[in-house]
Write a protein that binds this ligand. Sequence first.
Ligand SMILES: *[C@@H]1O[C@H](CO)[C@@H](O)[C@H](O)[C@H]1NC(C)=O
Ligand SMILES: *[C@@H]1O[C@H](CO)[C@@H](O)[C@H](O)[C@H]1NC(C)=O
Ligand SMILES: *[C@@H]1O[C@H](CO)[C@@H](O)[C@H](O)[C@H]1NC(C)=O
Ligand SMILES: *[C@@H]1O[C@H](CO)[C@@H](O)[C@H](O)[C@H]1NC(C)=O
Ligand SMILES: *[C@@H]1O[C@H](CO)[C@@H](O)[C@H](O)[C@H]1NC(C)=O
Ligand SMILES: *[C@@H]1O[C@H](CO)[C@@H](O)[C@H](O)[C@H]1NC(C)=O
Ligand SMILES: CC(=O)N[C@H]1CO[C@H](CO)[C@@H](O)[C@@H]1O
Ligand SMILES: [Cu+2]
Length: 654
Amino acid sequence: MALSVLPFLVIHLLLACSVKGQERYPSYNFGSDVAGNILAQEKVMAPFVLGSLGLVNGSLPARQEIRELQKNPDQWTLYILGLDVLQFINQSNPLSWYGISGIHGLPYESWGGVEAVPGSENIGYCTHTSTLFPVWHRPYVALFENILYNLIQRIVQFWPEGEVRQRYQTAANTFRIPYWDWAAHPPAGEPVLPSSISGSSFVDIDGPSGVQRIANPLFTYQFKPLEPSAFVVAPWDEWEFTVRAPTTANALARSNNTDVSAAIDRIFPSFQQRLYNLFSNYHNYTIFSHDAVTDDSDSSFDSVESLHDSVHTYAGGFRGHMAFVPYSAFDPVFFLHHANVDRILALWQVLNPDSWVTPVRSTARSYTISVGQVLDESTPLTPFFSNKDGMFWDSSGVRDPLVFGYTYAEIDGASLKGGPMDSAVRSRVVSTINRLYSSFSPASFRRSLEERGIAGGDFGGLHSHWFHGAGDAAALRRFVKSIVTRKVYMEWIANIRVNKTALDGPFTIFFFVGSQPSNPNLWSTAPNLVGTMSIFTSPGQFGMADMQQRSTGTVPLTAGLVERAAAGEIASLEPDVVLPYLRENLRFTVLNANGTAFDPKGVDGLHVVLGYRRKAPSQKEAKKKTLFPVYKATFPRCASSSTTNSSVRGASAS
Ligand SMILES: *[C@@H]1O[C@H](CO)[C@@H](O)[C@H](O)[C@H]1NC(C)=O
Ligand SMILES: *[C@@H]1O[C@H](CO)[C@@H](O)[C@H](O)[C@H]1NC(C)=O
Ligand SMILES: *[C@@H]1O[C@H](CO)[C@@H](O)[C@H](O)[C@H]1NC(C)=O
Ligand SMILES: *[C@@H]1O[C@H](CO)[C@@H](O)[C@H](O)[C@H]1NC(C)=O
Ligand SMILES: *[C@@H]1O[C@H](CO)[C@@H](O)[C@H](O)[C@H]1NC(C)=O
Ligand SMILES: *[C@@H]1O[C@H](CO)[C@@H](O)[C@H](O)[C@H]1NC(C)=O
Ligand SMILES: CC(=O)N[C@H]1CO[C@H](CO)[C@@H](O)[C@@H]1O
Ligand SMILES: [Cu+2]
């Protein structure tokens, strides 16, 4: 109990002030002595050995979707209090919010005594555009979960002994961090970004010392204090808390979560289609895992990393912390996002139990990885210690989440260590994926039509999003018939490659059918937006300029085209109809991280290829709804005779 009571009280007084226009709320006041107690126990423990949270009553607790967790009031209270305490702990502690977030990017300092390799001092430990992208983030998220879990166990002890404390203790034992599923339909009437994250800067919480109004730890992280030198350039070196879609480019900025939420709601069908496509068509870990251009064929453009990149830039909005690799981990939404990325990896592992990390030469640096180094299953995932002797976790070791003591409901504790997969687990995962993520796929569209028939205005599983404002039911029926005749439908996609450092920072490529609105602020929510691809990186000043990386991703066009068809602009999805239409109407254009428009012609290495494939449902698929549609693995090249190429126009900017 080395820590005196005084600093705690002083901090509370400071936080109650209003700082530069943003109202500040305090942390939870447990009573000074107990809080001092937490802090004392939480004093520097690094190197922290990351291990398993273990089984509870013989089973493995599951990470839950954040909205599910919120339905359990006791666990929700503990979650909020745990985050609050984690954010309250002195930043100089490596196990504080600041210390854990700082592992990912800025400030570029060693953590747990794990030093940089020569030439990599000016970058974080995180691995991006790297085959280790999903596997490095697995122990990173587990570290966050471990620390939070430990804090929550202590918080429970602050309730007086008795029935209530016992209740919280039970809730605490099965606590695992939640994830934010940005690809599943939100409950009716709710936005994709949960209001618990975006709705309010404060929250009323009923903790051990009664109900208190505290800073919402999911809304922002308040630096305590901001260390301008760690944040290098304006305006980040002036922002005393993390922001999303900041309203200004100076210290007065506040988050505009309304803006972020509206943009995510508009793009969410694209997130869902990309995810569904990744599950159904990507079976090679190397390609699935990361967004580097792995070969020069025109197949397999997408990756879980590229999709994750888009979520980062959308959650950040222009200039927000989430949109920049070195700042992103400070925003509370980061670990919710990455828990979902980890879950996607786990679900993918069930479908592809034999595919895992194989040796790949690195094209990117991290704090302990050099360009050109061969990355494989035993490359240390630094700085995550697996034992007291200073050994690190590696990709082989983290393959099965069991080693960290968590699972996901769909997997329910099944082992992911590789080798034969239980067919019941596989079926459960496949049907979950079909249930959550197939509603924008023509496959599910057709299926629901077959099941329910095309009666009246009832279009079954077809989400109203497609047809919002689409006109009369008769036109819709005609259209539906046109895309299901001969039981064949077309899938359309834009494949994109681009130089990651082309614009000295993050940027987004927007695809429109027809002209984009003249005001770039309206692009993200424009009705004729069909998709975007986002580049998640950082300006050269942060030390990523020397990496000559090409990045790749996809923009699904099918849903956007269906929308256009429903609006009466095209009669079918057949190439003889769609190709001339896209040649005439598809535009792409670019915004940088400042929200400034750029002529795509000036974006280094930008290469857009359109592809389509004709998809006939297999007999198996028709009979057994638990199977994915069986797609051909590759798209035809755009430049082949049946498709289009550079005749797609880049709209000129501004
Ligand atoms: C384990 O099960 C017992 C008996 O059902 C129950 O009383 C106890 O609370 C459970 N433990 C936890 C940590 O949930
Ligand atoms: C955090 O810890 C450092 C080093 O022990 C100390 O100098 C600083 O005053 C502490 N900050 C707060 C806000 O208590
Ligand atoms: C926040 O974003 C919304 C939607 O884009 C916009 O209408 C509003 O003016 C913005 N608010 C501020 C304060 O900038
Ligand atoms: C997976 O993709 C990589 C990169 O294209 C390739 O080198 C490797 O052979 C593929 N693995 C399998 C099993 O096809
Ligand atoms: C990427 O773009 C930058 C800036 O235009 C350029 O210096 C670099 O050579 C390009 N790298 C590649 C791999 O094309
Ligand atoms: C973005 O804006 C900041 C100032 O607000 C400026 O310093 C920076 O150069 C701009 N970046 C780009 C890529 O235009
Ligand atoms: C196959 C195809 O459509 N090729 C076209 C690619 O773009 C050039 C330039 O617009 C056309 O001349 C080709 O005919
Ligand atoms: Cu990330």
